[in-house]
Design a protein around this ligand. Structure first.
Ligand SMILES: NC(=O)c1ccc[n+]([C@@H]2O[C@H](COP(=O)([O-])OP(=O)(O)OC[C@H]3O[C@@H](n4cnc5c(N)ncnc54)[C@H](O)[C@@H]3O)[C@@H](O)[C@H]2O)c1
Length: 322
């Protein structure tokens, strides 16, 4: 049988860096094409890499024509905090990028993974254990684009049969790549400050509770929903997936078990308002029921693993890349 390839768009970011590595480990390096607008030497070393702006419609179409693609992971997006600074750009990239990929997936019969976010919820959704089908009144351009994107995914599934699958990620914590401008980036930055002995001015208030997830859980969620039997999926907009929920004060205390000298303070900026519009925790019982989703990392496990991997040298390299 003809072998078809897997394409990851926006592969050079926080999620893509680790997702590409895992996909290449599972399917073989030659079958996973990493693509990003930015040149990423470490990506081309491990397998095929295509430098491409997903808004370049012709370039994207040519890529689908040249390569035989069976699955697309669309990760290129402008995140919540960056999106508030550049709203027009965020809408254009997040919406037009998605529509172009859905259309190509329809023409080439590809399965699609497209991550949504807890940012689809706004003030009118429940703050605690926010359910999958809670009302969506997002207050950021990022949240609006994700909310509309979810409906486009369901539209392409219902109207054209495109097998598009999606999860609403909470804030993602990882140590391989610099986070890309989200409101939850503090939960990575505070580790970097702790291991390198720097004082950390946290841009959120100490008691701001947000849902979070460690990267290995996030990668597993993507692979598991893509492998789930289609008949088990009752949701074609997006599934809530939860892992932990904590505040800056709680994660700082968890780090101080390893590094008691961690010095930090709360200096809220515009991101406080974004965080306050989101739920503090989400209910993922539908994902647990439909495709057996279950997180593995709690706050202690995340802290122990981050402390073991974020070294002062790595922290410095990451800061230099920003
Ligand atoms: N990181 C999180 O906490 C989080 C939480 C919820 C949802 N998500 C979603 O997961 C996905 C990946 O997020 P991430 O954290 O890896 O983001 P990121 O910002 O770290 O990475 C995005 C990548 O897309 C690339 N890109 C930007 N514009 C592009 C374009 N025009 N063409 C091609 N590539 C382009 C960037 O160079 C970057 O490498 C996004 O859809 C995001 O909304 C992330």
């Amino acid at each position: 049988m003809e072998q078809r390839n897997i394409l990851v768009l926006g592969a050079g970011g926080q999620l893509g860096t680790e997702l590409v590595r895992e996909l290449r480990a599972v399917h073989g390096p030659g079958r996973v094409i990493a693509s990003d607008i930015r040149e990423k030497p470490e990506m081309s070393e491990g397998g095929p890499f295509e430098q491409l702006d997903i808004l370049n419609q012709k370039g994207l179409g040519d890529l689908f024509n040249r390569q035989k693609i069976s699955q697309v992971y669309l990760l290129a997006a402008l995140l919540s905090a960056s999106g508030e600074l550049r709203p027009g750009e965020a809408w254009d990239l997040n919406m037009r990028g998605l529509l172009q990929v859905l259309e190509l997936a329809r023409q080439h019969h590809c399965q699609v993974f497209w991550p949504s976010s807890i940012a689809v919820f706004g003030h009118s959704a429940p703050r605690i254990s926010c359910p999958n089908e809670a009302v969506q009144e997002p207050s950021t351009v990022y949240g609006i684009s994700k909310s509309a994107g979810e409906l486009w995914c369901r539209y392409y599934f219902e109207r054209y049969g495109v097998d598009v699958r999606s999860v609403r990620y909470p804030g993602l914590i990882s140590y391989e790549a610099v986070p890309g401008g989200g409101t939850t980036d503090y939960a990575v930055e505070i580790f970097e400050a702790a291991v390198s002995g720097r004082h950390y001015p946290c841009y959120l208030r100490a008691d701001t509770r947000l849902p979070m997830m460690y990267m290995p859980d996030a990668i597993r969620a993507a692979l598991e929903i893509m492998a789930a039997p289609a008949a088990r999926l009752s949701v074609r907009t997006s599934y809530n997936v939860a892992a932990v929920s904590f505040t800056p004060r709680l994660i700082a205390a968890s780090i101080q078990r390893h590094i008691p000298e961690l010095s930090w303070e709360s200096v809220p900026d515009y991101r406080q308002k974004i965080a306050e519009s989101w739920p503090g925790s989400i209910d993922d019982s539908l994902a647990r029921h439909d495709w057996n989703w279950k997180p593995r990392y709690g706050i202690k496990e995340i802290t122990d693993d981050m402390i073991a991997h974020v070294t002062p040298e790595k922290s410095q390299q990451m800061m230099e890349k920003i």
